[in-house]
Design a protein around this ligand. Sequence first.
Ligand SMILES: C[S@@+](CC[C@H](N)C(=O)[O-])C[C@H]1O[C@@H](n2cnc3c(N)ncnc32)[C@H](O)[C@@H]1O
Length: 258
Amino acid sequence: MAGAGEVERTDYTPKSSFADDLRVLKAMWFGSVSGDSHQDQLESFYNKQAHLYDQYRHRMLHGRKPLMMNMPVKKGCVWVDLGGGTASNVEFFGKSVMTDWFKSVHVVDLTPSLVRVAKKRVEDNNWGGKVNIILGDATDPNLEGLPPSGSCDVVSISYAVTMIPNWRDVLKNAHRLLKPGGHICVCDFTVDRDSQWGISKTFWKYLFSTDHIYLSEEHIETLQSMFDQTRLEVNYGTFPYVPFFLKCPYYAYIGQKK
Ligand SMILES: C[S@@+](CC[C@H](N)C(=O)[O-])C[C@H]1O[C@@H](n2cnc3c(N)ncnc32)[C@H](O)[C@@H]1O
């Protein structure tokens, strides 16, 4: 339960089945990434698993819950979720979306099949008029449909920085959108400088790169140089059907525009 004066959040836990998990695993491990543009490559990776994305990813994207549970929200919040996929982050605020806690929510993603799932979610939940789904590039400062520069209270990016080749541009776009004092909330897989063995860093970097996901020490450092850090959690997370000792570091970062 939310305390008085706090937005109500929900512990979003989508249900999965073994058969669906197998389909997702097949698409992740044996699906090939093809196409010339970044968008075509993303679509080729996601189109066979878009409708099953939430159930499986929920159990491996461990940074999303602490990020969404700690995302600063004040009344009349304008929230942009960049690389928002199926818009499942909005589910964490399901009961509050249509209240005066949120003025508007904008979810941007470049993959058409995931955007279709996001649009259906908006329809199914009757979030129309409040939650705006935008098919487009999160690094584009001129993307149509986004709120004006300097007008957003929160910009979140969950597990998209590692998938965006020009990732510095998505952080710049987030910075541009935020008002002074607004919050950036980012989570993703990472490399743990302090306590991770070298062989483990090499293993995870290599494994993820085969799916065009690039882990880097520079992501957290760049966030820290661009924003005033208010919260950083670095932890290790498991993957469904993978031995429990094979854990990859992830982070959840919250910072404030100076
Ligand atoms: C691992 S998924 C994470 C999706 C969602 N944020 C979540 O936490 O479930 C990475 C997302 O980044 C999106 N993406 C990658 N590059 C992008 C870009 N340049 N602009 C917008 N979205 C992008 C992909 O389409 C995909 O939905």
